[in-house]
Design a protein around this ligand. Structure first.
Ligand SMILES: NC(=O)c1ccc[n+]([C@@H]2O[C@H](COP(=O)([O-])OP(=O)(O)OC[C@H]3O[C@@H](n4cnc5c(N)ncnc54)[C@H](O)[C@@H]3O)[C@@H](O)[C@H]2O)c1
Length: 439
């Protein structure tokens, strides 16, 4: 089958590689020339090594190509996946400008084609967007009818950055939403080789499943942070508490880890977007408001711990390790490193930062601080350090690295270090939700 993917981002490329691996002919269309060039040379525009290896293999065998000619790519395809970004506006509402632009191009191609095509919405959009925005644009600009002349489905994506290929090949579930039985059946058929649970639903439910899932994950994180913040003040180590909580099969262990809060391209945006959509419909969600509030306060928890150890941060050299929104990726969208650094600068600390992969992206957000070329250089002469992302290399920090610091003080913002190991290596350990720190 000829498949066109619109948007060469995480979702578009993971989806394209997945269908390529299943033997389909894939064209990835993007308006960004640099991204297209990168894909055609077998390189990803972001850090995701296993996905990149498969992409290269597919590009070398001409099974996947990228193009800036979006309309041509759509005209030639039988199935078109919309995978463009839906970023937050300042109100919290999502910007569906890129979705609308993509739909207009698709509609032109639908109008010209005699063959029935299927359009699949994969970008995350609030309930009713596919039937009240996407469908009318496709129908108006093509002169054709959804359900009769072309198929329309909503197929939310659940991949996690850092495991994009695995999550695409073995998703926890595949949700196919459509108000048209034929389109639903066709998309289910396309996914047949993927042996995951499949759920067939209507367009709006498919959109809502994505938001309900992400807001639940955000709830688990903010809940963990609330428990951790209380544990710290009660002199209890939250790690053992949350581990025991997670053993209950009704709760489960994943996403029950304290830290500096959730970031990335999805959770913060999706929480805000659902809250905004609910309020547009006259419902004020107290839970979603609380998630945002708890998340916003978390970076300050690490600053508070550092102040506990150092007193005033004015003039102190603070090393921030990890700038990506989590370890293992180079994505800095909504990274907690940004509010953290801003708060440290507000306290007149001298900030020096390092990340194994995300430094180039973070420099665009915060050009004015110092950046170190290595962990060792970041820690050299520092009065304290804050671990902001759980990169595996930070877990290996020991005597050699801590001895470079002027004052070996470690604030573990992701609870990724072993406190005893840190102490044996001669540093003082302060962890988020680690109430035993100074005992
Ligand atoms: N990143 C994730 O982990 C993830 C996971 C699940 C769902 N999602 C959702 O999937 C969607 C895409 O996310 P992403 O992270 O892949 O986005 P991204 O920003 O990484 O990539 C989007 C791409 O679409 C391109 N684009 C924009 N308008 C276009 C147009 N008119 N024609 C062709 N290309 C166009 C952009 O140039 C960009 O390369 C979003 O709605 C997001 O919320 C993302």
């Amino acid at each position: 089958m000829k498949i066109c993917i619109i948007g060469a981002g995480y979702v578009g490329l993971a989806t394209g590689v997945m269908f390529g691996k299943l033997g389909h002919e894939v064209v990835v269309a993007d308006i960004d020339k640099i991204r297209v060039k990168s894909v055609n040379s077998g390189s990803l525009p972001f850090y995701e090594p296993p996905l990149e290896r498969e992409l290269r293999r597919l590009v070398d065998s001409d099974q996947l190509v990228a193009t800036t000619d979006v309309q041509d790519a759509v005209e030639d395809a039988q199935v078109i996946f919309i995978c463009v970004q839906t970023p937050s506006l300042t109100s919290g509402r999502i910007d569906i400008g890129p979705v609308k632009a993509a739909c207009k191009i698709i509609a032109k191609a639908l109008g010209k084609s005699n063959r029935r095509k299927m359009v699949v919405m994969k970008s995350t959009v609030v309930p009713s967007t596919t039937d009240s925005v996407v469908k009318p644009i496709l129908e108006r600009y093509s002169g054709k009818k959804a359900g009769k002349d072309f198929g329309l489905c909503m197929n939310p994506e659940f991949l996690q950055e850092g495991s994009a290929l695995k999550d695409s090949m073995e998703p926890s579930r595949i949700v196919v939403g459509s108000d048209d039985k034929r389109a639903s059946r066709e998309l289910m058929d396309l996914y047949r080789p993927i042996k995951s649970k499949k759920i067939q639903t209507d367009l709006r439910s498919a959109e809502m499943i994505k938001y309900a899932s992400n807001t639940f994950l955000a709830t688990k994180i903010s809940y963990s942070n609330e428990i951790a913040n209380m544990c710290l003040r009660f002199g209890i180590d939250s790690q053992s508490v949350l581990e025991a909580v997670g053993m209950d099969p009704r709760i489960g262990p994943l996403f029950l880890k304290p830290g500096l809060g959730f970031g990335g391209s999805c959770l913060p945006k999706d929480v805000k977007a659902l809250k905004d959509k609910a309020s547009q419909e006259g419902y004020s969600s107290k839970l979603l408001a609380a998630l945002v509030a708890i998340n916003n306060q978390q970076p300050s928890e690490s600053v508070r711990l550092l102040e506990k150890a150092l007193g005033s941060l004015e003039g102190k050299r603070v090393a921030v390790l990890g700038l990506a929104f989590k370890g293992g990726v180079d994505d800095t969208r909504e990274t907690r490193a940004l509010p953290l650094v801003i708060e440290l600068l507000g306290k007149r600390a001298q900030v020096i930062a390092f990340d194994p992969m995300a430094m180039a992206n973070f420099i665009k957000l915060m050009p004015s601080i110092r950046y170190a070329p290595s962990i060792a250089e970041c820690l050299r002469d520092a009065d304290g350090c804050i671990i902001q992302a759980d990169w595996p290399e930070f877990k290996k920090l020991g005597k050699k690295e801590f001895s470079l610091m002027r004052r070996p003080i470690v604030v573990d913002g992701r609870r990724c270090l072993d406190p005893e190991k840190v102490k044996r290596a001669g540093a003082r350990y302060f962890g988020i939700g680690y109430g035993l720190a100074e005992q």
